[in-house]
Write a protein that binds this ligand. Sequence first.
Ligand SMILES: Nc1ncnc2c1ncn2[C@@H]1O[C@H](COP(=O)(O)OP(=O)(O)OP(=O)(O)O)[C@@H](O)[C@H]1O
Ligand SMILES: [Mg+2]
Length: 368
Amino acid sequence: MTKSNPFKFGSVVDEPFFTDRNNELQKVKNVLQSPNHLILISPRRYGKTSLILKAVKALHRSYLFIDLQLVTDTADLARQLLKHIYRLFPFEKVKQYIKHFRVIPSLNINPLTNEIDISLQPAFSADFLLEDVLNTIEKLGTPDKRIIVIIDEFQDINHIEKGLDKKFRAIVQYHKNVNYAFLGSIESMMREIFEKKKSPFYHFGQIMPLNKIPEDDLLLYLNERLTEVCSDKEAGLQILNITKAHPYYTQQLAFTVWDICRADKKISNPVKCATDYLIQIHDIDYERLWNNQTQTDKKVLIALANNESNLLTGTVLNNYGIPAASTAYSSLKKLMNKGLVLKSDTGYQLDDPFFAGWITMKRNSIFQ
Ligand SMILES: Nc1ncnc2c1ncn2[C@@H]1O[C@H](COP(=O)(O)OP(=O)(O)OP(=O)(O)O)[C@@H](O)[C@H]1O
Ligand SMILES: [Mg+2]
């Protein structure tokens, strides 16, 4: 029988790929079972979407999911929400509410996709439409069966339209039949939105930072799955040393190691082979990414690729030709906002271990 690879990366995971997160799952459920709202923050690809979807499915509640990165403007946001409403509730029921909208959209069922196409007359007010749509969700929910509205990459709200946060908050603050769950991957921006007194969303809900999956649990998960194809007993630990337990990169590397081992059970050092392979297949992306950085940012990236997590000390700054701690600090801040650098209890590190490997490999090859 052909075994299938037991690792999955790049999209939402559920059983059998989902591991650990029992406490986090319970916390998410607790908030959603109360009349409060949830703000889930973690760096990219730590598992926010997987966690929230697992929680709402376990609660058997109706939910809508919108990714703000894919929304183009306020009207588009309203339109996408409306499409979701149609997927959740019978057409006739929703029609009763739409009748009273200040802007009445025309709706057609696309016979190819069975989806609703929503078109709007020219010069309509997108603000009215958004308000009417959000209030419809409130009317469709009940205090015992609150609808869960999940909005991913919420920190982009003001990129869609300046001041949209204020309008959005003004509408949803009265809602009692909805739990809002706002997810975000740029911590500084999310904290600005939810923790700054001046922000319309100040203290809007329960903030929950999502950390990495504990290394011990991840190691068990890896060993259990690698053992059937991989004779190298150290492989799991080596994977975690490289990925520093980042959920996505751990799954990606484990997936590749598993494939390599299945093809050649006796291969020596499968983790090194898999790492080299992943660095090589991303060569073009990494080159582009590298060329888009300023000279100072490149120096900071090189230092981090060399595991200099304590970058702001005099010796390290000197060694990498960074003029001052303040320069390094503003570069780190910029790189964190781009999602390239993470800050943890142990200091700063590159988010992508294979990009770190690429930088080191390229620079070493110059001297060969
Ligand atoms: N609980 C988990 N168990 C195992 N792997 C996980 C878990 N959570 C996340 N992962 C890994 O991380 C990847 C990213 O997960 P997910 O898309 O849920 O993260 P995210 O934080 O929503 O990412 P993004 O920032 O891109 O929206 C998954 O494809 C999977 O490989
Ligand atoms: Mg996500």
